[in-house]
Write a protein that binds this ligand. Structure first.
Ligand SMILES: [Cu+2]
Length: 167
């Protein structure tokens, strides 16, 4: 096969992989499998130094009900990947260390307005929160979605806040 034909075949196969799970999302089993992929992709970030080495940088103070956010600017562009969340969320422990509790996906709002939501993203069949103003100067109007993959959240896996997290 010519190189272009090989590339085209690979692209078709890749699109099939990318499109198929999205169509099957409403099934609880599919969501469970996708969350397992998230855990597998982020388990090494329990070591904070590993997250820093991967490009995640501290983003602001501890947010009550969330924790400390670490943002990866290299992942901030368009496109969402369940295995590459734009943010990691760490909760402070009584001993003063940080413990990975959640991951968060982030997407800039297309028109920068909080009163339109035609571009609301979805992952796991769940619509993102927002659109909301930036939480710090320079942060654009955006959507985000938390997944509490490393800490039980009584309010739900995809709730923005976890009442168990205190700063
Ligand atoms: Cu958060």
């Amino acid at each position: 096969m010519k190189r272009t034909a090989v590339l085209a075949a690979a692209l078709v196969a890749l699109l099939g992989v990318l499109v198929a799970p999205a169509q099957a999302v409403p099934a609880g089993a599919q969501v469970g499998m996708d969350l397992a992929r998230v855990r597998l992709a982020t388990v090494h970030f329990h070591n904070l130094q590993t997250a820093l080495d991967a490009g995640y940088v501290p983003a602001g103070d501890c947010v009550p009900g969330m924790g400390f956010h670490y943002f990866n600017p290299a992942l901030a562009g368009p496109g969402l990947d369940v295995e590459r969340p734009e943010l990691l969320v760490y909760a402070p422990t009584p001993s003063g260390r940080l413990r990975l509790v959640a991951v968060e996906w982030f997407q800039v709002d297309a028109d920068g307005r909080t009163d339109t939501d035609f571009d609301r993203p979805f992952l796991f069949g769940v619509g993102f929160d927002g659109p909301m103003e930036g939480h710090e100067p320079g942060m654009p109007v955006h959507y985000d979605l938390h997944a509490w993959v490393w800490e039980h959240n009584p309010d739900g896996m995809f709730a923005a806040f976890n009442p168990g997290i205190v700063c």
